[in-house]
Ligand binder design. Structure first.
Ligand code: FES
Length: 116
């Protein structure tokens, strides 16, 4: 079995729940995943900031990045890297698959990767 075939699809929400320019927090077990629709391009990141415990859906979309509302670190939605202090750790980002009107992430089995 190859590593790729071991990946699983995790259903997050309906595509029409996340119109372009919006974001939505989704629960995956005990974890939260933030789904962002940037002009039709879907991204998924860990839902909690990598700096302290704060929900990123309370922040704002700033172009191709998300700004955490607590201490205003910006993170790239492409790779999760912090663009401003105080955050130093990247957000975990998950590959998105859109199929049949559903938004899913393709991740290895087991707990989601989360940086904190
Ligand atoms: S909790 Fe997000 S920048 Fe501090």
């Amino acid at each position: 079995m190859t590593a790729a075939s071991a990946l699983r699809l995790v259903d997050l929400c309906a595509l029409d729940e996340v119109p372009p320019g919006t974001m939505k927090m989704c629960e995956v077990g005990d974890d939260l995943v933030l789904v962002v629709n940037l002009s039709g391009e879907l991204h998924a990141t860990q839902g909690i900031c990598s700096h302290q415990y704060f929900e990123l859906d309370k922040g704002f979309l700033t172009g191709g990045s998300i700004t955490c509302a607590l201490h205003l670190s910006r993170f790239s939605l492409a790779d999760g890297e912090p663009l401003d202090p105080p955050a130093e750790l990247p957000l975990a980002v998950y590959p998105v698959v859109v199929e049949g009107g559903r938004v899913m992430i393709e991740v290895p089995p087991g707990p989601l990767e989360v940086n904190r």
